[in-house]
Design a protein around this ligand. Structure first.
Ligand code: OAD
Length: 286
């Protein structure tokens, strides 16, 4: 891969970011692509190009073939554990710090189930689609602790899907699974039900508290950055539109075109790992 050219950041965009009091950074799979985690919809490399989400990412799929689904998530979980944050994650964490030091706030809202924002130093990351390192019982909903299928006190869907520590929940093998290996899910110590990843599958509702916070953040943002998302999965894809309607400046960071363009003020074409550090450096200095 050849190095991406240094992106041009307009002085006036840098100034808008520097003076913004409320910033929202919405990220998708592209933000973690340079860390080695495949996106979902990129041609050839996207997970949904190689796998059928109907067989792996729905509650019905888990009910029909729990070993297949659990084995796939064990593989993905081990992949995430081996990956490291890239300079894009670092730039987002720095942006959050810089805005905070100036008396404002930058909210990181991610559709990603990895914990690379946290590992890069971002605080209070809102996980709209849950966290792959966490597990819960598919029947009773209890959270499962790192050391096995033991209930740790259920406290609502929103809380369950938040966070994103690096814990290997659900008693998954620590060496991870090989891609495509079938692994029976652990059993819940409380009710005996099968343990599933604590992520949002197709057809499931987003964690309510996380969604409400994200929606409110977007409605109050001065600047919203949409980073590495195809903007096709709702309701997350609605956030830039909410921000735009409320008067925010909407900035997209993506090497490719997306359907969001009509709502975008600044379309920064390039990989997050190059564009974001340049953008943050233009706003706050090297
Ligand atoms: P997609 O795979 O749909 O889109 C990834 C986007 O990242 C595309 O627009 C790419 O052009 C862009 N991209 C690729 N490499 C990039 C890079 N280095 N820097 C910046 N952008 C890059 O992923 P999402 O939009 O995140 O749901 O998909 C949304 C949801 O669909 C996911 O959260 C997942 C999936 O089904 C769940 O897991 C619940």
């Amino acid at each position: 891969m050849t190095a991406a050219p240094e992106p041009e950041i307009a002085g006036e965009l840098a100034e808008a970011l520097r003076t913004a009091r409320r910033v929202v950074v919405l990220t998708g799979a592209g933000a973690s692509a340079e860390s080695g985690i495949p996106t979902f919809r990129d041609a050839l490399t996207g997970l949904w190009e190689r796998y059928d989400p109907a067989q792996l990412a729905t509650p019905e799929a888990f009910a029909a073939d729990p070993d297949l689904v659990w084995g796939w998530y064990v593989w993905r979980r081990s992949l995430v554990a081996r990956c490291r944050p890239n300079p894009g994650h670092g730039a987002i964490a720095r942006l959050q710090r810089e805005v905070g030091e100036r008396g404002g706030g930058a909210m990181v809202v991610t559709q990603n189930v990895d914990d690379l924002h946290e590992r890069a130093g971002a605080q209070d990351v809102i996980h709209l689609h849950g966290a792959i390192a966490q597990s819960r019982c598919a029947d009773c909903g209890e959270k499962v602790r790192e050391d096995g299928a033991e209930p740790a006190g259920g406290d609502g869907h929103a809380e369950r899907a938040q966070g994103g520590g690096a814990a290997q929940g659900g008693g998954a093998p620590r060496d991870g699974g090989a891609e495509g290996r079938r692994i029976p899910p652990p059993r819940c110590a409380g009710c005996g039900g099968p343990v599933r990843p604590a992520i949002v599958w197709f057809g499931e509702a987003l964690p309510q508290v996380a969604w409400r916070r994200a929606e409110e953040g977007a409605a109050n943002a001065d600047v919203l950055l949409s980073v590495g998302t195809s903007s096709t999965v709702y309701p997350a894809a609605e956030l830039p539109h909410i921000a735009r309607r409320a008067g925010a400046r909407v900035v997209q960071v993506n090497p490719s075109s997306t359907g969001l363009e009509p709502a975008v003020h600044d379309d920064l074409r390039g990989p997050a790992g190059t564009v974001l550090p340049a953008l943050v450096a233009a706003a706050f200095g090297p």
